[in-house]
Design a protein around this ligand. Structure first.
Ligand code: ATP
Ligand code: MN
Length: 529
C-alpha cells in the first residue's frame, strides 16, 4: 500500500453539528462555556502561525512555479510521505477523529471542495465556522478535491522528517493535501487553504487573490481593505452601516469580488463592546474563543489579559454579524484601502494615492508593529511584506501586483493609504489613532466626501492628504503638525523613507519607470525646508 492510499481506520465523526462538537470538546475537558455562551479553548504550544515551519513540497508541479523564499520553504516528497504516514498512525491510534466537508470561495465558479480531518473536535468546529458550509444537497454530490489533516498532539522527529523542529505545516500541490502536525493553532488550517488559493486562482483562473477584507454599501458600492496582521481589516470591515462581505481573504474576478471563507477570525485583545459592537456581539454560542483568561472565579472574558498571548481570537460564522452579505459576493470595488499600522507615527492617517503610488505601496506592503518584549523595550519593528501578505503567497509577488495593476487600469478605482497606527509621535510618545476617527475617514472617502476638498502633498511620500475630513479634527490629518518635536519628526520621516527605498531595491528591475519615480523623496523634502 503506498502512503497516499492509507486510510483512516479509526472511528470517524462525519459532519458533526456545532452542538455535538462543543459537547465533544467539553467531554474531553478541553474547553469551557463562557458567560456569553461561546466555547473557550486553548490552542496549546502555538497561539499563532509558525511561518518558519511551513513547507511546500518541491516536485515537478511546484519546482518552477513557486517563488521559493523564507515563506515558501521547500521540502522533499520523501519527507512529505514520512510525515503523512506519521499523521495516519497517530490518528489511527485515537479513539476517534472528526471529518468535515466544506467549500472555499463564495463564487460557485471558483469553488474548492475541501475535506478537513482533525484530531480535535474544536479544530473541526473552527472549520465549520470558517469555511463555507455545504447544504444537504451539495453534500450528496461532494467530492473532496483538497484535504487538510490536523494533528496538534503529534510531535515529529525533526531529523527524520526533514523539518526544523517538532511541528510542521506541509502543502503538497501534487497530492492536494495540507498536513499540520504539532500545532493546534486553528488559523494554520485556514491560512493553508488561503495559500493554496493564492497559487491556483491567479495562475489557472486569472483571478487576483487578496489578503483583504471587504464590505458593500446598500447601493452595492464595494470597498476592500488590504493590510497585514493587526492593521484593522477585521475591525474596519465590520461597519454597521455597510454589509460585510468578508474579513480576510477575497478573490477579484473579471466581474466581481468574492469571499473565500464563510466566517471571521477576529482579535480579542482590548476588545470593547462600545468601540466594536458587531464583533463583541458575535461572541456567543457557536463561536470559539482562543487563549483568553477570565476574571477570577467567573467565566467572563478579560479582554485586556494578554498573559497567554496578545493574539487572543474568536472565530464565528459570517452570519453572526447581523448585516453580513451572503452569498458573499460583491461588485468590483470603487475604493481600495491599504491599511498600515505605522508605530513610528510618520504616515498620514488618510491619503490618496496615484496609480503608481498604489503599485509602489502594494509591492512594499509596509506596517510597523510594536514588539512587546518582556523587558519592556518597545521599539517599533518595521515589516515590508509584499502585497500585504507575503507569508501566504506561493507565486512571485510581481504576479499579484501585475494583476492588481491591470484591474486598476481597467476600472475607475480610488486608492487610499490609511494609517491606523500612531499619531502625535512614535510609540511611547504619541498614541494610536482613535478608531472613531479612522472610521470617519473611511466613511468620508467611500461617501465621496473627499472628492471636493483640497489636498496637501506630503513632501516626502507625495501622497495627497485631504485638508479636511467630516467628523475628524483637521489637526490630526498632517502628522508633522501632531508632533511637538518637529526635528524628531523630520528625522523619523527620513528614516522611514530610507527603509522604503532600501526594501524596494529588490523589485526595481521588475517595475515600470513611472512606479520607480514615486519612491519617497528625501532630497526634495530637505530642500523644501
Ligand atoms: P489579522 O490579519 O491578523 O486578522 P486584522 O488586519 O484583521 O489582522 P484587526 O483584527 O482588525 O486586524 O486588528 C486591529 C486592532 O487594532 C483591533 O484590536 C482594533 O481594536 C485596534 N485598533 C485601535 N485603533 C484602531 C484604528 N484607528 N483603526 C483600526 N484598528 C484599531
Ligand atoms: Mn482579521
Amino acid at each position: 500500500m503506498t502512503a497516499m492510499q492509507q486510510k483512516i481506520l479509526t472511528a470517524t465523526r462525519y459532519q458533526s453539528s456545532p452542538e455535538e462538537l462543543i459537547q465533544d470538546t467539553l467531554n474531553l475537558k478541553e474547553g469551557l462555556i463562557t458567560s456569553t455562551g461561546a466555547l473557550a479553548i486553548h490552542t496549546g504550544e502555538f497561539t499563532g502561525r509558525s511561518p518558519q515551519d511551513k513547507f511546500i513540497v518541491k516536485d515537478d508541479v511546484t519546482e518552477n512555479t513557486v517563488h521559493w523564499n523564507n515563506f515558501n520553504i521547500p521540502i522533499g516528497e520523501k519527507c512529505f510521505r514520512i510525515i503523512y504516514r506519521k499523521i495516519m498512525d497517530h490518528l489511527n491510534a485515537k479513539p476517534q477523529v472528526w471529518v468535515r466537508d466544506a467549500f472555499a470561495c463564495a463564487d460557485p465558479r471558483y469553488r474548492l471542495s475541501v475535506r478537513i480531518t482533525t484530531e480535535k473536535p474544536w479544530t473541526n468546529l473552527f472549520a465549520y465556522n470558517m469555511f463555507l458550509r455545504p447544504t444537504e444537497a451539495e453534500l450528496k454530490e461532494f467530492t473532496p478535491e483538497w484535504q487538510v489533516i490536523s494533528a496538534p498532539d503529534l510531535k515529529l522527529n525533526a531529523e527524520e522528517c526533514g523539518i526544523r523542529q517538532h511541528n510542521a505545516a506541509v502543502i503538497s500541490f501534487k497530492h492536494k493535501m495540507i498536513l499540520i502536525a504539532g500545532s493546534g493553532y486553528t488559523g494554520e488550517t485556514k491560512k493553508g487553504i488561503f495559500t493554496v488559493l493564492n497559487y491556483i486562482l491567479p495562475q489557472d483562473r486569472g483571478v487576483l487573490s487578496m489578503h483583504c477584507s471587504a464590505n458593500a454599501g446598500e447601493d452595492g458600492n464595494t470597498a476592500i481593505f488590504f493590510g497585514l496582521s493587526g492593521t484593522g481589516k477585521t475591525t474596519l470591515s465590520a461597519d454597521p452601516s455597510r454589509r460585510l462581505i468578508g474579513d480576510d481573504e477575497h478573490g477579484w474576478a473579471g466581474d466581481n469580488i468574492f469571499n473565500f471563507e464563510g466566517g471571521c477570525y477576529a482579535k480579542l485583545i482590548n476588545l470593547s463592546e462600545e468601540k466594536e459592537p458587531a464583533i463583541f456581539g458575535a461572541i456567543r454560542a457557536g463561536a470559539i474563543v482562543e487563549n483568553v483568561q477570565f476574571f477570577p472565579g467567573t467565566t467572563r472574558i478579560n479582554f485586556d489579559d494578554a498573559s497567554i498571548t496578545e493574539n487572543t481570537r474568536v472565530s464565528y460564522p459570517l452570519h453572526f454579524i447581523s448585516n453580513a452579505l451572503e452569498p458573499s459576493v460583491g461588485n468590483i470595488p470603487k475604493n481600495i484601502f491599504f491599511l498600515t499600522c505605522d508605530a513610528y507615527g510618520v504616515l498620514p492617517p488618510i491619503s490618496k494615492l496615484s496609480k503608481e503610488q498604489a503599485m509602489y505601496q502594494f509591492i512594499s506592503g509596509y506596517t510597523a508593529k510594536v514588539s512587546g518584549t518582556e523587558t519592556g523595550v518597545t521599539e517599533p519593528k518595521p515589516t515590508f511584506s509584499a502585497c500585504f501578505g507575503a507569508p501566504f503567497l506561493p507565486l512571485h509577488p510581481g504576479k499579484y501586483a501585475k494583476l492588481l495593476g491591470e484591474k486598476m487600469e481597467k476600472h475607475e478605482v480610488n486608492v487610499w493609504l490609511v494609517n491606523t497606527g500612531w499619531t502625535g509621535g512614535p510609540y511611547g510618545i504619541g498614541h494610536r489613532m482613535k478608531l472613531s476617527y479612522t472610521r470617519a475617514m473611511i466613511t468620508a472617502a467611500i461617501g465621496g466626501k473627499l472628492n471636493t476638498v483640497a489636498f496637501t502633498k506630503d513632501p516626502v511620500f507625495g501622497f495627497g492628504i485631504p485638508n479636511e475630513v467630516p467628523n475628524v479634527p483637521s489637526e490630526v490629518l498632517i502628522p508633522r503638525n501632531t508632533w511637538s518635536d518637529k526635528d524628531a519628526y523630520d528625522e523619523k520621516v527620513k528614516f522611514l523613507a530610507a527603509l522604503f527605498v532600501k526594501n524596494f531595491e529588490k523589485y526595481a528591475a521588475g517595475v515600470s519607470e513611472e512606479v520607480l519615480k514615486v519612491a519617497p523623496n528625501v532630497i526634495a523634502f530637505l530642500t523644501e525646508m
